[in-house]
Design a protein around this ligand. Structure first.
Ligand code: ADP
Ligand code: MG
Length: 234
């Protein structure tokens, strides 16, 4: 059991906890805020200051909770040049034993493409995607992963011949707690979408029930060096 896979699962658990905390605590906070606002309207001069502070503090608590939910978003300061080919090779070796246990296989065909991002977070996002494919596989299932550089975009495709999704199932992926699995958390793709968005990328799912699923992920490429700005001398 690899540590990257464990990290991804831990992250899903923390994310689960964060989503629960947010859900449980936000409602009473909002109710209390409304109540304080009502009292504040009654013009009890000496209490007004304290109530103002109480409201400020409640708002701050709500912000902290929102911040906790955003924990998956990598900070742009830790962005480095990442080689997609390397990242995908690592993920493939982490997940191949899992696929084989289901009687399936993973095929990787990637070229070296560079993007700016956080390696751990990118791996977590990709592991979540490929793990879903593995969990969807039938016997003799196959997952194909491609990575290719287009003009200024790195494109990663993850294709499986698994159970697929209906139109209405497809619409719900990425929503917190949406899962079709008995032991699912329904948080994997929520985290994944956040990570990809924070890296300036995009993700799209197409799927057909009983046929399989295709995931397309795009990142701005860092392969093409932008021309440095000319020194203005005028
Ligand atoms: P979980 O895996 O815990 O259910 P996810 O957020 O990772 O949560 O996925 C949500 C749901 O999206 C899954 O339960 C499954 O129904 C659907 N899904 C995601 N990827 C695939 C896939 N490759 N093939 C079929 N269904 C998928
Ligand atoms: Mg999942």
């Amino acid at each position: 059991y690899s540590s990257e896979l464990q990290k991804s699962e831990q992250m899903e658990m923390v994310s689960h906890l964060a989503a629960s905390v947010a859900h449980e605590v936000k409602n009473p906070l909002q109710v209390t805020r409304g109540f304080l606002q009502l009292l504040g309207g009654r013009n009890v001069a000496s209490h007004k200051n304290y109530m103002g502070l109480a409201i400020q503090e409640l708002d701050r608590a709500a912000e902290i909770i929102d911040g906790f939910l955003d924990f998956a978003k990598p900070q742009t300061e830790d962005f480095k040049d990442l080689n997609i080919e390397d990242e995908l090779q690592q993920i493939t070796s982490i997940l191949t034993p899992l696929a084989q246990r289901k009687g399936g296989q993973i095929e990787l065909s990637a070229e070296p493409i560079f993007i700016k991002g956080n390696s751990t977070k990118l791996k977590q996002a990709l592991i979540n995607i490929v793990k879903n494919s593995i969990e969807a596989l039938p016997q003799d299932g196959k997952i194909e992963i491609f990575a290719k550089l287009f003009t200024d975009e790195a494109v990663i495709l993850v294709k499986d011949n698994g159970v697929g999704m209906t139109e209405s199932e497809l619409k719900r992926i990425g929503q917190p707690y949406y899962t079709s699995k008995e032991n699912g958390t329904g948080l994997g793709l929520m985290v994944t979408f956040q990570i990809i968005e924070a890296m300036g990328g995009g993700i799209e799912y197409t799927s057909q029930k009983g046929q399989g699923t295709l995931v397309s992920i795009r990142f701005p490429s860092a392969n093409v060096q932008k021309k440095p700005l000319m020194n203005q001398t005028s």
